[in-house]
Design a protein around this ligand. Structure first.
Ligand code: ADE
Length: 422
């Protein structure tokens, strides 16, 4: 790979990156079996793919599967703080992937990397947050005629895509991989649940037992985080805007209240909503001295950080790695983690490989489906095909040595017969 064909921190990090990629691969048996199959069937042969994803060891193994399928893959980061620089180096040195990703880049370089991915003139794209599809619609619309479609990995991206579709702006078919049960029931719940706790603990070293933890949002991510915190002895409060989810949280045994009520009680706050300004000035002002605030949503807008800046007398950066201390006008301190960026990838390593195995197996199979059927799809947001979910779940069960029963003929007939009653 020529140096001007990629932008990474340093090739010298590649040995460590390769070790991490191999370690993650040990726990990604489903993706491995798809990689083996793709090597024989090459469903992506001749396709240029641009993927805008978190550049991690797990993503590296997805890229290897896409390459085995015959795709020419360019990878850029989907978040300025989530890149694993050593993995990026190994992808360039050992797997001949063009990578544009450096941890901690500013906004200008983040978008420079996205532009490089767009200028690859991809037939198929893959997004985690919808930044690449948005950029292509805004600045490279002339390329859309040459594209087959895209895949979206995360809730926030699907929310943006559905807004694009509603307003008539969407010009491409997109598969909402996030909405696959083999993705969100596991990745969002167990992956975000565990990696968010991991990120908070690595950043702060706090004990969760006995703490009042406030989780904003009770979607799959919030449910996962709340349950893991409870499992570690925290008293968990849920805030919600959706009455059904709030009711579910209450009946799951959590305290449910508004953020205004929770603000003076919480020791640790974490947003997992996909929305903006969930914790605002009026909440920061009510917090106890020493309250810790983090975000696990995709974008760094869930906490109103400009407002926190406005109501603070001073800010001390880096009182510990990933921790900034805000001294409020009222004399109390608020500790902000990872500048409000997604804590699980900024301060830890993201979701464990075992759960990314299912998300990325779903991505790989959806890419193959898009390559084979994309020409016939309209510019809508599509659910992933049910056969793919079924296949991924079966392969994962298989890798765990678990089996399911088969329906008998009698059961199949019973399920299709409306006359057989009491
Ligand atoms: N999103 C959350 N965790 C991730 C990981 N480990 N790799 C890629 N994307 C992720």
């Amino acid at each position: 790979m020529k140096p001007n064909e990629c932008d990474i921190l340093s090739l010298e990090l590649a040995d460590e990156g390769l070790r991490r990629i191999r370690w993650a691969d040990n726990d990604m048996p489903v993706l491995e079996s798809i990689r083996r199959e793709f090597r024989n069937t090459t469903p992506l042969k001749g396709l240029r793919m641009s993927a805008c994803l978190h550049v991690t060891a797990e993503t590296a193994n997805l890229v290897r599967a896409l390459q085995a399928g015959g795709a020419d893959v360019v990878l850029c980061a989907s978040n300025p703080l989530s890149t694993q620089d050593d993995v990026a180096a190994s992808l360039v040195r050992d797997f001949d992937v063009r990578v544009y990703a450096v941890r901690g880049v500013d906004n200008e370089n983040y978008y420079k990397h996205l532009r490089a991915a767009a200028e690859n003139k991809p037939h198929v794209t893959m997004d985690d947050g919808c930044d690449l599809v948005t950029l292509i619609h805004e600045k490279y619309e002339h390329q859309i005629g040459g594209m087959i479609g895209s895949m979206e990995e995360t809730t926030t991206g699907v929310i943006r895509l559905r807004a694009m579709e509603r307003s008539g702006a969407l010009k491409l078919p997109v598969i909402a991989v996030n909405d696959a049960k083999t993705k969100n029931l596991f990745d969002n719940r167990y992956g975000t649940g565990q990696s968010t706790v991991d990120g908070i603990i690595r950043a702060t070293d706090i004990l969760l037992a006995g703490k009042n933890v406030v989780a904003a949002g009770y979607g799959w991510c919030g449910r996962g985080f709340a349950n893991r915190c409870r499992g570690m002895g925290a008293k968990v409060i849920i805030t919600e805007v959706d009455p059904v989810k709030a009711l579910e949280a209450a009946m799951d045994g959590f305290h449910v209240m508004t953020m205004e009520q929770a603000a003076p009680i919480g020791d640790l706050f974490c947003t997992l909503t996909g929305n903006k300004h969930v914790i605002r000035a009026e909440h920061f002002e009510k917090m106890k001295d020493g309250a810790i605030v983090a975000n696990s949503g995709h974008f760094d807008v869930e906490l109103d950080i400009p407002a926190l800046d406005r109501i603070s007398k001073s800010v001390q950066r880096g009182v510990r790695e990933h921790v900034d201390e805000y001294l409020l006008e009222n004399g109390r301190r608020v500790f902000l983690l990872a500048e409000g960026r997604l804590i699980n990838l900024a301060a830890a390593e993201g979701h464990p490989a075992s759960v990314m195995d299912m998300s990325f197996a779903t991505q790989a199979l959806c890419s193959s489906y898009m390559a084979g059927n994309g020409g016939g799809l309209d510019a809508h947001v599509y659910d992933p095909p049910a056969e793919i979910e079924d296949r991924v779940a079966r392969l994962k069960l298989d890798s765990m040595g678990l089996a399911v029963d088969e329906l008998t003929e009698v059961q199949i007939s019973y399920l299709s017969d409306w006359q057989e009653g009491t």
